[in-house]
Design a binder for this molecule. Structure first.
Ligand SMILES: [Zn+2]
Length: 277
């Protein structure tokens, strides 16, 4: 089944992973800017990274028939450094016109500090100023609920369309506050921590499929680039019809991402329900 992986950090994956994703039906993916596992020493380091995800990585993905889109920001962890954040934010606009850039992300909070929140606000304002979609990371484990609440409350202070914002890494205890305020959300499927395919299916069975996407969030840690096809298999084993599965793995991300005129699927990939199921 064709699918779109809305959250994949391909800079930390090999070409073998692109092959696996292409062979299991991935037609497009989006790569949020992230923390690479170590702190960068300067704004120049971020610019090199922005060139990698706006130039090199889409070409690499194209060799496997996958459309590569991306989001730009200074991630929540490094966002603690306000001087660095200001300098990186000053440089981001020059990359926003690149053909594969859909918006600002993954911004958000890590330890929910005052500095992180200030950097988060700067990014939201930058996105609004440039009419960009927004992709948001929520903290993990004990900071998840509090961090998500602070993010939602902060966003509600702005005059923004919640339908143009996706708040990612949702779990059972944060899904309602995200969806209830009109935002999109993502369930990230991880082998060890975070959400398993079975937990994701439980949540979909309880909440329905509106404004919910799933993604692998594959990166440099333990993660599975083919987590979405694994989810598709788990959905089938639970007895869900292909039309419903396709809604979650293809039509929903296409609807959210399609709000950017830059988001185009490869030739011949239908957007209509059941068109290529
Ligand atoms: Zn991520």
């Amino acid at each position: 089944m064709e699918y779109i992986d809305l959250h994949a950090h391909m800079v930390s994956r090999t070409t073998d992973d692109y092959v696996q994703m292409a062979m299991t039906g991935c037609v497009a993916l989006t790569e949020p800017a992230f923390w690479p596992g170590w702190d960068r020493s300067s704004a120049d380091g971020f610019e090199d990274y922005f060139r990698q995800i706006t130039d090199f990585e889409p070409k690499r993905a194209a060799q496997y028939g996958i459309r590569h889109y991306t989001w730009l920001c200074l991630n929540p962890k490094e966002g603690e450094d306000r001087a660095l954040a200001r300098e990186v934010l000053r440089r981001i606009p020059r990359y926003l016109d690149r053909p594969n850039v859909l918006g600002i992300g993954e911004i958000g909070l890590n330890r929910v500090t005052r500095n992180e929140l200030a950097t988060f606000r700067d990014h939201v304002e930058l996105a609004l100023e440039h009419d960009q979609l927004i992709h948001i990371h929520t903290p993990h484990l004990e900071d998840k609920h509090k961090g998500t609440r602070v993010i939602v409350e902060t966003l509600l202070e702005y005059e923004l369309d919640p339908g143009r914002v996706l708040i990612d890494h949702a779990e059972e205890h944060t899904l309602e506050m995200i969806l209830g305020n009109g935002f999109w959300t993502g369930l990230t499927l991880y082998p060890q921590t975070k959400v398993s395919p079975e937990r994701a299916i439980d949540m979909l069975e309880m909440h329905g499929t509106d404004r919910i996407c799933v993604a692998s969030a594959c990166d440099w840690g333990p993660s599975v680039p083919v987590a979405v096809p694994q989810f598709i298999l788990a959905m089938r084993r639970r007895g869900h019809p292909d039309a419903l599965i396709r809604r979650v793995v293809f039509e929903n991300p296409a609807e959210f991402l399609g709000q950017s005129p830059k988001f185009q699927l490869p030739e011949g990939r239908g957007m209509l329900a059941g068109a290529a199921a």
